[in-house]
Design a protein around this ligand. Structure first.
Ligand SMILES: *Cc1c(COP(=O)(O)O)cnc(C)c1O
Length: 416
């Protein structure tokens, strides 16, 4: 049986999979089971921040695996404490505390639970708890029951009714619509500073400033979903800082790139005092309020520490900004009419396509047609919506690798 045949018989068909069977990787390069090599600008959807088989990450995993893989969160875990310190001090730069999960959706569930606790602590005028979280159209917050309820796209909810109550979706970058949506039940606003899955849409500076102001005015929590954007991907540890530097969120979620490939997620809650005399926001999630058996175990924390240290020491966020400028410059110089726009920041870039210029078979999208052609030519990229594909190379990608990928993209798009 071939791998695709085995998949078909034994694995739930929740993904539309390409027939590609990757077996080995090194840096930005990946090899399949026939020996064909690819430039990997998909990186497992912005997960492999350091590329494949990075020596520092591999060594950290080997060393920790030989010492201690897992102990319960009933005990002290030095790697977890050290990773939380690094996240708070080196990346967020605001006093707060971290909880470790195994995925991005779980991290968002943690933020929503925190919002519900806050809504009990700071209820409506009649004493009933506030509970409603406002999120945005085209957002993506994961596939748990909380995640799909939070996500502003109908396709993830189809056939899973009834949804977890307490979410309202509003058009992205629309300040008036947001103002109108806030009610006495509203307790938090959750957004991706740059929407990833929804087509690479960047929040405007005015929008983020207005959100911060509305949160203050209505006593709402401000949450950023940085699952795809965080830790250097968009040219800064925190993507929101590339848009509106001085914002002070109440909570942040991460996953994807923070582990470089090991399954780890996290959320951070601010230590700020609620109201005039406390308690602190982070203290609302006290003993017994939340948990995860695997969350923050020694193996994944040792791996994530190696990833974050490498990103910091080599200033890979700067490389992300520099490569963005190079990519934008080269694509602009092509002047190809099929490319309508380059969206995003750092190395989360969306190449938007004019779908009317692309022959699209029934049941496919323009993005899938182009992604498949690029794959045949040796470049892996993920789609982002029906008429856009993303460039998500490792954060340490070189000029030569970027040039090679762009040459493939030019070849495919100029031959349409
Ligand atoms: C991928 C993603 C998630 C879900 O993360 P999982 O690890 O797949 O649960 C949530 N939010 C955003 C912004 C994402 O890109």
């Amino acid at each position: 049986m071939t791998t695709p045949e085995t998949f078909q018989q034994f694995v739930l068909p929740t993904y539309g999979r390409f027939p590609l069977v990757p077996v080995r990787g090194e840096g930005a390069r990946l090899w399949d089971d026939t020996g064909k090599s690819y430039l990997d600008f998909c990186t497992g959807i912005a997960v492999c921040s350091l590329g494949h088989a990075h020596p520092r990450l591999t060594a950290a995993i080997r060393e920790q695996a030989g010492m201690l893989l897992h102990v319960s969160n009933l005990y002290q875990i030095p790697q977890q404490a050290e990773l939380a310190r690094a996240i708070v001090e080196d990346h967020v730069g605001l006093p707060g505390k971290v909880f470790f999960s195994n995925s991005g959706a779980e991290a968002n569930d943690g933020l929503v639970k925190t919002a519900r606790r806050f809504g009990h602590k700071r209820p409506q005028a009649d004493g009933s708890p506030r509970y409603e979280v406002i999120t945005f159209n085209q957002s993506f917050h994961g596939r748990t029951l909380g995640g799909i309820a939070a996500t502003g796209q109908d396709k993830v909810k189809e056939g899973f009714d009834p949804m977890l109550p307490g979410f309202k979706h509003v058009p992205f970058n629309d300040i008036m619509a947001l103002e109108e949506a806030i009610s006495s039940e509203t307790v938090a606003i959750l957004l991706e500073p740059i929407q990833g899955e929804g087509g690479v849409n960047v929040a405007t500076t005015e929008f983020l400033s207005a959100i911060a102001k509305l949160c203050k005015q209505h006593d709402l929590l401000l949450f950023f979903d940085e699952v795809q954007t965080g830790f250097g991907r968009c040219g800064d540890s925190c993507a929101w800082r590339t848009i509106s530097y001085d914002l002070k969120p109440d909570g942040i979620s991460w996953a994807k790139g923070m582990g470089g490939g090991v399954p780890i997620g996290a959320f951070w809650i601010s230590d700020r005092i609620i109201g005039d005399e406390g308690p602190s926001l982070s203290s609302l999630m006290g003993p017994g309020s939340h948990g995860s058996t695997y969350g923050g175990n020694p193996l994944v924390c040792a791996a994530s520490l190696a990833v974050l240290d490498e990103i910091t020491e080599k200033n890979l966020a700067h490389n992300a900004r520099r490569q963005e400028q190079r990519i934008r410059g080269i694509i602009t110089a092509w002047d190809l009419p099929v490319i309508t726009e380059v969206r995003g920041k750092g190395l989360l870039l969306g190449i938007a396509l004019d779908a009317s210029m692309i022959e699209v078979p029934e049941g496919k999208t323009a993005a899938l047609v182009i992604v498949t052609k690029l794959m045949e030519k040796g470049l892996l990229v993920p789609p982002a919506g029906p008429a856009c594909f993303r460039l998500l190379p490792p954060l340490n990608v070189t000029d030569a690798e970027v040039d090679e990928a762009l040459a493939i993209i030019h070849e495919v798009l100029s031959s349409l």
